[in-house]
Write a protein that binds this ligand. Sequence first.
Ligand code: ASP
Ligand code: MG
Length: 402
Amino acid sequence: MLIVKKFGGSSVADKERIFNVAERCIEDYRKGHDVIVVLSAMGKTTDQLIAKAEDINPLAPKREMDMLLATGEQVSVALMAMAMNSLGVPAVSLNAFQVQMHTTSTYSNSRFKRIDSERIRHELDNRRIVIITGFQGINKYDDYTTLGRGGSDTTAVALAAALHADACEIYTDVEGVYTADPRVVPNARKMKEISYDEMLELASLGAKVLHNRSVEMAKKYGVQLVVRSSLNRAPGTVVKEAVKMERMLVSGVAVDKNTARISVIGLTDEPGIAFKLFSLIAKSKINVDMILQSVGRDGTKDISFTIPRGDVREALDILEDNKNRITAQKIECEENIAKVSVVGAGMASNPGVAAKMFEALYNVGINIKMISTSEIRVSVIVDSKDADKAMQAAHDSFGLED
Ligand code: ASP
Ligand code: MG
C-alpha cells in the first residue's frame, strides 16, 4: 500500500512530538507499506515568520513573503528525516523544487498544476520514507509559491491524487470533524464520516480542520481522507463521496465571526443599479457572501450584503466615492455580526430544516438579521454576542449532541 500521512504544525511542534510522528510513520513502513509524509512548519513558525516580515517591511512583496514562508516547512522535513535516521530507518526529505510541484504563478495563494512523481517513486523504490514540505510549490519563474494559510492539507491530497495513493491520512490535534466547535459547544460529537460536499461547506464556513481547497481536490480526484489525531489512536472522521443512506438531516453547525454587513440605502428603483454596485465591489476583488434587496417603495430600494470584515474599509471607500453613480442616499456598516450555519446533505430532500432552525433561535430569544440557503446549508446572520448561543441552540435542536 502507498500511504500519504500529513501532520500539522502542532503535531511537530517540538522534539518529543517529532519523534512521536516519526514512530507512527515507521510503524507503517515496517509493515511493508510505502510511506509519504507531508509536514507543516513547526508550531507557530509561519505566524512568527510573518511577524518578522511585517517588522522589516509591512508592504513586503509577495514573492519575498513566499520565499520566507517556504523555509518553515523545510525545517520540519529535514528534522523529521534526521529523527527517522536516528531510529535506524532510511528517510529522505524533499522540498517543492526537488519533487517539482508546479503551481500557478500567483504568490501567497497559488494552486497546483502538476506534480512530478519520478523523484518520489525513485526514493520509495529504494525503500525510503519520503518526507515532503507542505504548503509550497514552484511556479514557471522557478520561484517558490505558497498555497495560502493551512495549505499543507492540499499538498497531501495533491500528492495522494498524483501518485494514486491507497490512503490519505490528515493528522491534527483534534480527533476528527465535529458536529460543532467543541470549544464552544461542549456536547459536540465527533462524526464517523462526512461527505465531500458537507465538508466543503463546513470548511468554507470556518470550521478549520481542513483547508477547503484540499476538500475540493479530494472530491475532484476521489481521494478518500481520514482526519484523526496525532496524539492518540482514536479512529477519526472519514471524508468521502457517498455516506450511508439513513442519514441525519443536519450533520454539523458552524459559525463565522469574520463577517460584516454593508447596507446601501435609498437606491433608485431601476434596472442596472445592482449591476453597478456589485461591479464596483468585484473590481476590488472583495468576496460578497449574502445579498438582500428590499422591495422597492416610493421609487427607492435598499441593498444589504455581507463581506469579510477585513475588507470593510476598502468597500466603504469605494462606495462613498461612487455614491452618486449608484444613486445611494446613505451607506451603513455593521461589524458586530456573525454567520451561523447548519449543513447537511439530508436537507436537500427534506423541507423544514430552515423553519426548525428559526424556531431554535426564537426559543432562545435570538433575532435573525439576514438569511441565505443553499441545497445543503441554511445560514443566518445574528449579533456577534449571540453567535455561540445560536450555535448551541441549533446544534441541540437537530439532535447532534453526544
Ligand atoms: N505552515 C502553513 C500555515 O501555517 C501551512 C499549514 O500549516 O498548512 O498556514
Ligand atoms: Mg491546518
